[in-house]
Design a protein around this ligand. Structure first.
Ligand code: ZN
Ligand code: ZN
Ligand code: FE
Length: 764
């Protein structure tokens, strides 16, 4: 007989790991024990050498769905000859290194019980077990047990307690375990607060079928639900929410219905039915007519499947697709506290489906797209956060990175673990700022990280920057926005560089104080050098130009033609009276800061071609232009690359030329995308050759444009280059905090000289 001590680290607590080990030990007749520790799980296993090997292999190969084993170490210890296998219930001490799992969609076993009239949890909307249910959104403290969750106020009944205490039960130590006798309850109230009698789910379904808007309390906050098949109901929701064009997500009752509305590929189907259940952005079927108000001007649709028992029951009761959108007005964060939700949403919702399990952490749905067969996060939040991302280098001192302004996330890191937060939102109002600060404190407490180094964007006006520079007793490091984008892409790929980084986005503060956004960098995690960029153009009216793409069109025409503005642009001159003063502004540089933004170039072309000249959400003009692209078009506009400048004016001239000869928008959109991609490939490939590098990293929100992304990847690969793209965090500003952490880990004060990685400074 031999005995080994097995140390396991990763997500191994709160996911049914000990009952799994217990069951496995019984099956293989292994003696010993398993217990939770501060670092994860400790097992001692005693059996024949052969059995111990089999047992150890099965720990990995048969681990519960939600478990994630980051490390498994074995050491031999003397055999004891003691029989039997125990789960030892000792409370861990020492520094906490265990992880908290993300909220997880209802598992198949719980769904079967939910549908079984003989089960005591038949149709109970809060059924869960160690394999599924709320986690991150209900955790209030550490260590993770029931007292440190928002279930603390619900005393377990005897039946639930028996399951909770039984190592052989699926609910052994499932902290949110509950049932109709002891757990949370649902109720439906009207906007005036009066409770409705009868079955809340049945009545809610009736309301929804009649076209009403109902606020539904979910895992991480309130949603607004409405019948997705009703043009009128969806349009009413848009009007009341003050949401003009931004697409709504739709919750389908099942995968079959999803397929009847959208094209669902294999990877998308796995995402939709998996345990994380993000919103998956899918192409709409061309043979199905859907209400236009769902996603105006968009040939894609965000789709999700039910992920809580309440959603399952509601979807079954309604039997058809439901819009499920964040419960908020306009740009405010999603409502998550009951009183607040009823107050804030009272002008929108006709009813409120509430329950009494509090939400500790406000968490939006995640959004994912599938590009080139891989899931690409657009928003990484519920179902993903707070799982750590592994850093490709050690972070010697604990770091907080505060992210950017729009689509903010923050990130706390220690050792090789980076805890990227859930989606916080746009840091533009008090409510979001409060959520940001609360989130930072909460993460610090949960993961036992007291930051000594704080990384921030260089933009002095970002609220996140102001928060960081006001902190005392920490080392503060400013990280340039596009460097952070490329660093984020490196970490996403477990790489450290150096690489050629292409960072294309809306805008970010440059090292020279101008607004960057069309950048080709030589970069590693330590530093970067700006090798090439889009030729800067005026941003007339500053941020006003971001909401009004026609201003960018006016500015670009001015740059391309000067005084000799072309005639015959009927579409473009839709607002002719407004153009002249803006062009004068651009020419004189008054209230017109220079920008090399790639996003603004797309805006200009979208406005010039009459696709979109004013926007109601970020990226709208570019998204609509991308969707007009004629995929069969093989032509391409020439774009000069000279002295490190990519000449956007060349593309504008070519667009104008084609417009005047009456070319169609799909043709122009295609030639523009192809021309910009070709120049990007040319510049990046030249930069790679010039520096003896073989890898290019692509990041920044503009790469959410799939047409551009595909053209650039294909072009770079044809040039023999390896291309890094995002798969764990978004390429947009939601990924900035991870990049900031990596740069801070590499450049923080106190690093020993000569340790670590070669820097690009030494490359030159
Ligand atoms: Zn379950
Ligand atoms: Zn119970
Ligand atoms: Fe950005």
């Amino acid at each position: 007989m031999v005995r080994v001590r097995i140390h396991i680290e990763g997500i191994v607590q709160g996911v049914g790991f000990r009952p799994f080990v217990y069951g496995l030990a019984g099956e293989l007749a292994v003696a010993g024990f398993v217990r939770n520790t501060a670092a994860g799980v400790l097992i001692e296993a005693e059996a024949t050498a052969e059995t111990v090997t089999e047992f150890t292999a099965a720990l990995r190969s048969r681990a519960p769905t939600l478990a994630r084993i980051d490390e498994l170490r074995c050491e031999p210890v003397p055999a004891t000859g003691v029989d039997g296998f125990q789960i030892e219930l000792t409370s861990p001490d020492g520094p906490r290194r265990t992880l908290i799992s993300a909220d997880t969609a209802t598992c198949a076993d719980c769904l079967a019980e939910l549908a079984d009239p003989a089960d005591r949890r038949y149709r109970y909307p809060f059924i869960n077990c160690t394999n599924c249910g709320p986690r991150f959104t209900i955790v209030t403290g550490v260590p993770y047990d029931r007292a440190a969750t928002t279930m603390a106020g619900f005393a377990m009944c005897q039946d639930c307690r028996r399951e909770y205490d039984d190592p052989g039960d699926r609910r052994f130590h499932a902290q949110p375990v509950c049932c109709p006798v002891c757990g949370p309850t649902l109720r439906l109230i009207g906007p005036d607060g009066t409770a409705s009698t009868g079955d809340p789910i049945g009545t809610t379904a009736d309301l929804l079928r009649a076209g009403s808007i109902v606020a539904v309390k979910g895992l991480g906050g309130y949603h607004l639900a409405v019948d997705a098949r009703s043009e009128e109901a969806v349009a009413t929701l848009r009007g009341r929410k003050h949401r003009e064009d931004k697409p709504f997500a739709v919750m389908m009752p099942d995968l079959g219905v999803a397929r009847s509305w959208c094209e669902v590929g294999q990877v998308a189907a796995e995402l939709l039915t998996g345990h994380r259940r993000p919103i998956v952005v899918l192409p709409r079927r061309r043979d199905v007519v859907l209400p236009a108000a769902l996603a105006p001007g968009n040939d894609q649709l965000g789709v999700l499947l039910p992920y809580t028992p309440l959603h399952h029951l509601l979807a079954q009761a309604v039997g058809s697709p439901l819009v499920l959108t964040s419960g908020n007005v306009s740009d405010e964060p999603i409502a998550y506290l009951d009183d607040e939700a009823v107050t804030r949403l009272s002008g929108i919702a006709d009813g409120f489906l509430l329950h009494d399990r509090p939400i500790r952490m406000r968490t939006d749905d995640s959004v994912v797209r599938v590009v080139r067969g891989r899931p690409r996060p657009v928003r990484r939040s519920r179902g993903y956060a707070p799982e750590p991302i592994t850093l490709p280098l050690d972070c010697p001192r604990p770091v907080l990175a505060v992210g950017a302004e729009l689509k903010n996330t923050f990130c706390l890191a220690r050792g090789r673990q980076a805890f990227v937060s859930h989606h916080i939102g746009d840091l533009e109002n008090y409510e979001t700022m409060r959520s940001f600060q609360d989130g930072i404190e909460h993460f610090g407490m949960l993961f036992d990280i007291a930051p000594e180094v704080v990384a921030h964007d260089l933009h002095p006006e970002y609220l996140s920057t102001k928060y960081a520079v006001d902190l005392t007793g920490v080392d503060v490091i400013g990280v340039q926005h596009h460097h952070a984008h490329i660093a984020s892409c490196l970490v996403d790929n477990a790489a450290v560089g150096p690489v050629i980084g292409v960072a294309y986005d809306g805008t970010g503060f440059g090292s020279d104080g101008t607004l960057w956004g069309g950048e080709i960098l030589l970069a590693d995690l330590t530093g970067f050098r700006r090798l090439a960029h889009l030729e800067p153009v005026p941003l007339p009216g500053g941020s006003a130009a971001i909401r009004a793409p026609w201003r960018m069109a006016a500015a670009y025409l001015q740059v391309a033609y000067g005084e000799e503005l072309p005639t015959g642009l009927e579409v473009a001159l839709r607002h002719a009276d407004r153009w002249a003063p803006v062009q004068a502004m651009a020419a004189r540089g008054v209230n017109a800061p220079l920008t090399s933004s790639a996003g603004r170039l797309f805006d200009a072309v979208s406005a010039l071609t009459g696709v979109r000249d004013e926007v109601s959400f970020e990226g709208q003009a570019a998204i609509e232009l991308e969707q007009r692209v004629d995929r069969a078009e093989a032509g391409s506009y020439p774009m000069g690359v000279r002295d490190g400048l990519l000449l956007g004016r060349d593309l504008i001239r070519a667009v104008v030329h084609d417009l005047r000869r009456g070319a169609g928008v799909p043709t122009i959109a295609a030639r523009f995308h192809r021309g910009f991609a070709a120049a990007t490939v040319q510049a990046a490939a030249a930069a790679a050759r010039g520096h003896g590098l073989d890898t290019v990293a692509l990041s920044g929100g503009v790469f959410q444009n799939v047409v551009l992304l595909n053209l650039v990847i294909d072009g770079l690969e044809r040039a023999g280059l390896r291309v890094l793209t995002h798969a764990q965090v978004p390429c947009n500003d939601g990924g900035i905090s991870l990049g900031q952490v990596a740069v801070a880990a590499r450049t923080q004060p106190g690093l020993q000289a000569g340790t670590g990685l070669p820097s690009i400074v030494e490359l030159a």
